[in-house]
Design a protein around this ligand. Structure first.
Ligand SMILES: Cc1cc2nc3c(=O)[nH]c(=O)nc-3n(C[C@H](O)[C@H](O)[C@H](O)COP(=O)(O)OP(=O)(O)OC[C@H]3O[C@@H](n4cnc5c(N)ncnc54)[C@H](O)[C@@H]3O)c2cc1C
Length: 208
């Protein structure tokens, strides 16, 4: 049955959908999370013009079209904030971009910069150290601890809360990740729509 969940009533133990309602004793929630570019000031001004995502199918298809004819300039990959799904995916993108521009014969005319709020390229320290060496070897600049405040699509810069600026010709963005609106509307999660759970059981923690 494919349906849209509109509300979870935790008191009545009932899921309300677009076409009906379902009572439950136990509920498994797996509505995932999605990127929300509208959460970033200025991002929509350049959305799908010079700013692309690859966390959605449509975004990946549009980015592919843009990359196909990109033969010089600066590609910036930016992770807006934590948490975001699949911590390695942004790094995979820049490594694949390095390969793609190399086989297209334009790598010497394309700069690649990886701009992240983390203190290194990845969340796990041992892997991060090795992956950072790979990035250096592939001439991918890494800018850590960059806390994105806004995008200036006219100037083609991203700006941090501290006032640092990074210019781009093509911005590949991992905007704010948020849980489904239903979680927020049903008052089950935090303001980003994520549900606090026990690490071992994944049961919701009710007193947070
Ligand atoms: C680019 C990229 C690369 C990745 N690579 C890897 C990898 O190599 N290995 C790995 O393990 N993970 C990877 N991941 C992460 C992985 O895709 C996610 O962790 C996984 O998909 C999460 O599964 P989920 O079921 O929790 O959520 P989702 O896959 O997001 O599924 C949630 C589903 O719920 C539906 N839904 C949401 N709200 C409603 C509603 N109100 N009513 C009805 N339906 C609703 C959505 O439409 C969606 O179909 C990657 C992610 C990305 C973005």
């Amino acid at each position: 049955m494919v349906d849209t969940i509109v509300k979870i009533d935790k008191e009545q133990k009932r899921v309300e959908t677009a076409t009906g309602q379902y009572d439950y004793d136990w509920l498994v929630i797996d509505t995932g999370c999605d990127i929300v570019p509208t959460e970033i000031d200025g991002m929509m001004d350049g959305w799908r013009k010079d700013i692309f995502d690859f966390y959605t199918l449509e975004g990946a298809v549009e980015l592919r079209k843009k990359l196909k004819y990109f033969d010089s300039g600066k590609v910036v990959l930016n992770i807006a904030e934590l948490p975001y799904k699949c911590p390695i995916a942004p790094l995979e993108l820049v490594f694949m971009a390095d390969w793609f521009f190399t086989v297209n014969g334009v790598r010497d005319k394309v700069e690649i910069e990886f701009v992240t709020p983390l203190d290194n390229v990845f969340t796990k320290p041992v892997a991060a150290q090795i992956l950072a060496q790979f990035a250096a070897k592939k001439n991918i600049k890494v800018t850590p601890l960059f806390d994105l405040a806004q995008v200036n699509a006219k100037e083609k810069t991203i700006e941090s809360h501290k006032g640092e600026k990074v210019g781009y010709d093509l911005l590949v963005a991992i905007p704010t990740n948020m849980g489904d609106k239903t979680i927020i509307d049903s008052e089950l999660g935090d303001p980003l729509g994520f549900i606090p759970t026990d690490n071992h059981t994944l049961k919701k923690i009710w007193n947070r």
